[in-house]
Design a protein around this ligand. Structure first.
Ligand code: ATP
Ligand code: MG
Length: 252
């Protein structure tokens, strides 16, 4: 078997006759950042929804770490080591930034069970440990000063950053990031891109959906351009950017 972490083979998904995924195949290697681009409605988010178990596919196969994970539940997908962000942020707005991260820790494989079986004291120690780790993560990503603010008090850019931090807190091997820098200021874009670029050093793989082509060029090792549910072009960022079909789509 090759070194593919995620291997997706001919996925199909239709909505009322619209082909959102049309024999869509791709793979991601360990430590690779794959960019997924394409016009509105191309099927990018649908691809994430199917891979992360939120929507069933009609046919096709998804292998992760050599295991068939096609159409398994979102919880099990998380346990296998895939986490995701959402295009419309899904933070818990009324609780603190820190608590949002702590809740993401609970989504780590085995974390909930561990709490059930640990003694009260050890469970308390574990909670302190998690707290420390969450604060370190917030510190690394420039959100430490906001730790006790409620998530809804953050600017939109900070909320996007927090979503990424929560996704990282799940300690997955593969992060699916759905437009993590859409609609935010350049300074925050740079900060988020720097964090994403650092993920492979920690052994993580990423699929990055993004409309901002410059950002995709900056951080991705490889890019897939999709349209109408199907792969149109695949290659290095340069190759895909210079593909006439991609140029045409982005000039429209
Ligand atoms: N739950 C759903 N029910 C019905 N149709 C859907 C659903 N989700 C997606 N679609 C349709 O499937 C197609 C692909 O949508 P999708 O959201 O995957 O596109 P996208 O590439 O993520 O677009 P964008 O760049 O605008 O986020 C669109 O025609 C969309 O209207
Ligand atoms: Mg989308």
């Amino acid at each position: 078997m090759s070194d593919g972490l995620l291997k997706v083979h001919e996925l199909n998904k239709r909505f009322d006759g619209i082909k959102a995924l049309d024999d869509f195949s791709c793979s991601v290697r360990k430590g690779e950042i794959l960019g997924l681009i394409g016009p509105n409605g191309a099927g990018k988010t649908t691809f994430f929804n199917v891979v992360s178990g939120f929507l069933p596919s009609e046919s096709g196969r998804i292998d992760f770490k050599g295991r068939d994970v096609t159409n398994v539940s979102p919880n099990r997908i998380t346990n296998f080591g895939i986490s995701r962000t959402f295009q419309n942020l899904r933070l818990i707005r009324q609780i603190s930034v820190l608590d949002n991260v702590l809740l993401s820790f609970q989504d780590q494989p085995g974390e909930k069970l561990r709490h059930v079986f640990l003694s009260r004291r050890r469970s308390q120690n574990k909670e302190n440990e998690n707290r420390k780790e969450a604060l370190a993560l917030l510190d690394d990503t420039g959100l430490a000063q906001k730790a006790n603010d409620s998530a809804e008090e953050l600017s939109y850019g900070q909320q996007k950053l927090l979503s990424l931090v929560c996704c990282m807190a799940m300690k997955s091997d593969l992060l699916l990031l759905d437009e993590p820098i859409a609609g935010i200021a350049p300074e925050m874009i740079d900060r988020i891109l720097t964090i994403i670029r650092g993920l492979p050093e920690e052994g993580k793989s990423v699929i990055l959906i993004e409309h901002n082509l410059d950002a995709v060029m900056q951080v991705c090792d490889r890019v897939i351009f999709m349209d109408a549910g199907a792969k149109v072009s695949e290659g290095t960022p340069e190759e895909v950017r210079n593909d006439p079909r991609v140029i045409e789509a982005y000039l429209d």
